[in-house]
Ligand binder design. Sequence first.
Ligand code: PEP
Ligand code: MG
Length: 762
Amino acid sequence: MPSLIHTLQKIVNKVDHAPDIQHALDIIVDSLITALNADISSIFINYEDAEDNLVLMANRGFHEGVIGQVKLKTGNGVVGTVAAKAEPVRLDNALEHKNYVHFEGSGEEAYPIFMGVPIISQREVLGVLVVQRAEQSFNNDDEAFLTTLATQLANAITHAQHSGTMAKLQTDDSASVSCTLKGVAGAPGITMGQAVVISHGITLHSVPDKKIAGDDEIKQQLERFGHAVQQVRDTLHEQAERMQQVLPAEEAALFIAYAQMLEAGSLLDDTHSRIEQGDWAPTAWRKTIDEHCDIFASMDDEYLAQRSDDIRDLGRRVLQILMSSQDEVRVYPHQFILVGEEIAASDMAEVPLEGLKAIISEHGSSSSHVAILAHALGIPAVMGVNQLPYTQMEGLTVVVDGYTGEAYVDPKQALLSELLNSIQQEEQIVDSLKVLKNKPAVTTDGYRVSLYVNSGLMSDHTPSLRSGAEGVGLYRTEIPFQIRESFPNEEEQYHIYRNVLETFSGMPVVLRTLDVGGDKPLSYFPIKEDNPFLGWRGIRITLDHPDIFITQVRAMMRANAGIDNLHILLPMISGVQELEDALILIHRAKDEVQEELEQPLRFPRVGAMIEVPSSIYQIDDICRLVDFISIGTNDLTQYLLAVDRNNEAVADLFSALHPSVLRAMEDIVAGANRQNTPVSVCGELAGDPMGAMALMGMGIESLSMSAGSLLRVKKVIRSFSHAELFEFFAETKAMNDAQDVRDFYVEQLDERGLGGLIRAGN
Ligand code: PEP
Ligand code: MG
């Protein structure tokens, strides 16, 4: 049905460019009348908390005055039946359906032929899309059409829910921007600050909205806009001239037409008046472009409808110049929260860390490296906020709850005081943990565990030392590589490693060799792969580039001279062969350095990360070749459960407490015990109070975690006996599901009054 597909594309395109959700809903109900030859079309939205939760929010065909008035419960009426079944329903006479409820005053009884489809996102019914006719049944093609449209609508509704505009449809509280964002818990803690939006590669869609006030600012924005327009106009004239030599006249004329649109007319006038009314130039321009695109896109004439693409193109050109002229020095608020579509490690390196209070990112999950960095800094992170409305958040007050994965944007007074209460309780807990710094991590029955820190972010090791760590259990060397513009040479690396080894002299320091690839790119060493986590990563890269590997290991060995606390850890070992190859290179580096220094060097302790499932089945052979192993629960979980650690869409499925992951780890520990090889854990699970309980229950004695987690974990260890932890583990291993394991440990923590370690408040 080619014409339906074409119609569908047109509707989707219009919905995509709708300025807000109400326009999107209206566009859909309008289009359905013609596309499906319907007499009535309606959209019901599911406001879950309301008593009659399904509310009619857009309609064509009913009598006036029904919007917001027609309401029913899931399960009631034919519409409620669609929502309850979460399936399409087609009826030739809805009036005869057992659940039929008449909408008084709507006039619908004249149109008994009914088709309704649920609007679903992530298993949740967000609403119901309905069409009705007086005659002629709906067929399979109609149903396919409506179902496809419902999936598009689901995106628009999710976006509106996250930006708070869905709630506003009901309350008509258009001045408020308050909303609650739901993502996944990235790093624990609860805090408050002002949003600072980070945008890479601005598009018309991602322009951050800002308000301006006062004649000076208005004048400045008008001038900025004027310069950008002038510049684009000049470029267009130049391009027109060049194109006249290679294109037919009518094609080249397009450039002149573009330039003319920037000489006078509504594009300019509308933008000027928006600036005068208080929008900064980029927002004013975006709104104007959207409005003009809408007008063209809604035209039936194919040629004219496509002109909306030209306007958008023009919009992009002017915007690019506008934004590049906006590179003023950024002033950061005293306490701020980085918000963006994708926050990179390098973004964190560029901001004043003393004011950075939290992170909110549209993409990523709890084991993304940015979340791990937040953990290392001891600040909360909320990741994977689907359709994060970051363009509207600049400067707003935001409370970030890194325990639940929620963020409250501009919370209203009552909610704010509740949140401030939780923030205060959190500060009390953090304060009360400080006394544990110099106390040992020992269970109530005297079983001693060693706690180390994961590091790599900064050369400043104060947070690690302040946490009372007994050494560094994982130094991610790729981080200093990531924040540079080219590979650091041996001398630069020597200084970085010497600094860590010296700071922790007398304590073990585990330096991991370069683990780039996956979600840890190096800007100066681009790797293009369809499947980066299954691709050229970690040890695979360094074995293919012995030059990089040997330089790094030489720098480590030189840095270790006279200190002797270096442990080298090899990432992503998938089998014995890789390990043997790496060991040959490490021996070569040692011989070279020894000869140059003209003094005997002790061969450092070398360990393998166990994070690729295949290594579990060679665990005895691997242990025979190394001095220690370290379990990387982040990658081990990702590879065992086949869940991308970075993909927010499957973040719910990523759990290192999954019984299968626990059993795999138990096998690793058993293999290491057979070979008398020490085992530690350096993945995020080690720093999760519940994870630490499980790991100790399987006999692990060494845990390495972010500095921010260390005292919480110590508190847990000092609150239980080793015997109890063993019993807990035996019980959880037999469970079916990660959530059951989690619930079980939450219960144990709550019983000891330790709930505040894993959630905001007590
Ligand atoms: C892990 O995979 O658990 C780990 C510690 O390494 P990274 O998170 O750096 O991949
Ligand atoms: Mg890893």
